[in-house]
Design a protein around this ligand. Structure first.
Ligand SMILES: Nc1ncnc2c1ncn2[C@@H]1O[C@H](COP(=O)(O)OP(=O)(O)OP(=O)(O)O)[C@@H](O)[C@H]1O
Ligand SMILES: [Mg+2]
Length: 276
């Protein structure tokens, strides 16, 4: 099920692809066994592989080249921040990584699947199983309350038992919105809507969480709290985080930091110690 391209998500145990762990490196060929003999060094599954991705779109004055040769490998359980100037293509890239759109060139593998090999329906199904996505503009359904928006991914997956209802309450509580659960989006502030969008993205315990400016509308204290939630999810559930942000304190908590500039990703300054 897709809502204007909105992915819906509950996570499941998954087949994996492994590679030897190196950081800030270009993609390496996958090792396709869980216990390859001779790989006694640490191995980690790959969540995302991007190879030479370009994206151009038709603009009013002709072709606009947004991305031009992006390479990236994200290990499962990793945390990655993408920073860059406004208009540098961060939202475009995140949409491609999640399979909401297809690149003009290059390939993307998400959770072991080549996205260009899947039709739209299959990509939506993959997102539903594996991915949570927090949109820069939230994409909440206006006719549903906060609680109903958060519950939607579970309902669409046929999960409406008492445990699932409790999970919805739990995530609403986690983002501090239990008292506003019956409010419709128009009755919520921008920051509250953002937190509903976050709760909806992680209610199903996704394997990979993409978040586009997840703290963009929040005051410092609430932003800090949301950031704690994201990294707790990363630590406790092994959720892979890919965040786009202008918030450097959030970016520096990630294990990897990239800057998008000139249509390419560049490894940025080493994040602070203690990064998740
Ligand atoms: N459908 C489109 N047609 C033409 N140009 C587009 C289209 N979508 C995006 N662009 C252009 O591509 C560039 C990248 O847009 P994108 O939304 O990815 O930037 P961003 O890095 O997320 O910016 P911000 O930090 O402001 O959110 C922008 O210059 C934008 O105007
Ligand atoms: Mg953007």
């Amino acid at each position: 099920m897709r809502l204007r391209g909105v992915p819906l998500w509950p996570a499941q145990p998954r087949a994996t692809q492994l590679r030897t762990t190196t950081r800030h490196q270009h993609p390496e060929p996958p090792i396709d066994s869980l216990s390859s003999p001779g790989t006694s060094i640490a191995t980690r599954a790959i969540a995302i592989t991007v190879r030479d991705v370009g994206k151009s779109v038709a603009g009013p004055e002709g072709e606009v080249r947004i991305l031009d040769g992006v390479d990236l490998t994200v290990d499962e359980g990793d945390s990655v921040a993408i920073v860059g100037a406004s208009g540098s293509g961060k939202t475009t890239l995140l949409g491609l990584l999640a399979g909401l759109d297809l690149p003009s060139r290059g390939t993307i593998e998400l959770a072991g699947q080549r996205l260009d090999a899947l039709d739209e329906e299959a990509r939506a199904a993959l997102r539903a199983r594996e991915v949570g996505f927090v949109f820069q503009s939230f994409h909440l359904l206006p006719s549903l309350t906060a609680e109903e928006n958060v519950a939607l991914p579970l309902e669409l997956a046929g999960r409406e038992g008492s445990e699932d209802r409790a999970r919805v309450r739990e995530v609403l509580q986690a983002v501090g919105l239990e008292p506003r659960r019956r409010h419709y989006p128009r009755q919520l502030s921008g920051g509250e809507q953002q937190r509903v969008a976050l709760a909806r993205a992680f209610v199903g315990r996704p394997r990979i969480l993409f978040a586009d400016e997840p703290t963009g509308n929040l005051d410092q204290a609430t932003g800090q709290h949301v950031s704690e939630l994201l990294f707790e999810l990363n630590r406790r559930s092994g959720t892979t985080l890919v965040l786009v942000t202008h918030d450097l304190s959030l970016a520096r908590r990630c294990r990897h930091l990239y800057r998008l500039d000139g249509g390419r990703l560049h490894a940025d300054a080493t994040p602070a110690e203690g990064a998740a």
